[in-house]
Design a protein around this ligand. Structure first.
Ligand SMILES: [Zn+2]
Length: 179
């Protein structure tokens, strides 16, 4: 049965928007990541555990951001006040998706390889941790169609997994160079 989405209360939205009262959050990517992830952590009554796991936030919220930030994220901090804070989403889920996508954009590691499935997007490196065995593996993944493959290019069929970002040190151990 599909779970009913939670409507986003004006009160919660105003509280979220008040993050902008501190202009420092747009000063650099680190501050921005920190402000958004902290807001989620501080509002467990709004963002429940299921949502964290659906939007792949459970691990992302607790990383050492400095080790993971991409050098040139694909979002512009100048546009963020408008993109993130000007239009109220209808549901909590939409807000969490907007925040989650943004946090992921800040740590996204491009591979330079086109997706062989949809050919519309580039594959990203991520770490998949199997829920059954807790084994970790670096895989490539397409944001657009969800295609996943192993480092050697064969299709990845690892089953249910938690997906984490990958940092430069972890990549170096596997001789991976980000694009
Ligand atoms: Zn694809």
């Amino acid at each position: 049965m599909e779970k009913q989405q939670k409507s986003l209360e004006s009160f919660t939205w105003e509280k979220f928007k008040s993050l902008q009262n501190n202009p420092d959050i747009f000063k650099n990517y680190y501050n921005y990541f920190f402000a958004l992830s902290n807001w989620i952590k501080q509002n467990p009554d709004v963002v429940d555990y299921d949502m964290l796991s659906i939007y792949r936030l459970n691990k992302l919220l607790n990383i050492d951001v400095k080790l993971y930030l991409t050098e040139q994220p694909e979002i512009s901090l100048i546009s963020e006040p408008k993109r993130m804070f000007s239009r109220k989403p209808e549901t909590v889920e939409s807000l969490v998706m907007r925040i989650g996508d943004t946090l992921w954009d800040l740590v996204k590691r491009r591979s330079g390889k086109d997706c062989p499935n949809c050919k519309d997007d580039e594959l990203n490196y991520v770490i998949a941790e199997s829920i059954a065995t807790e084994e970790k593996e670096i895989i490539l993944e397409c944001d657009s169609c969800g295609w996943t493959e192993k480092k050697d290019g064969s299709k990845w069929v690892g089953g249910l997994a938690n997906i984490f970002p990958i940092n430069k040190e972890e990549a170096k151990l596997e001789s991976i160079v980000f694009k």
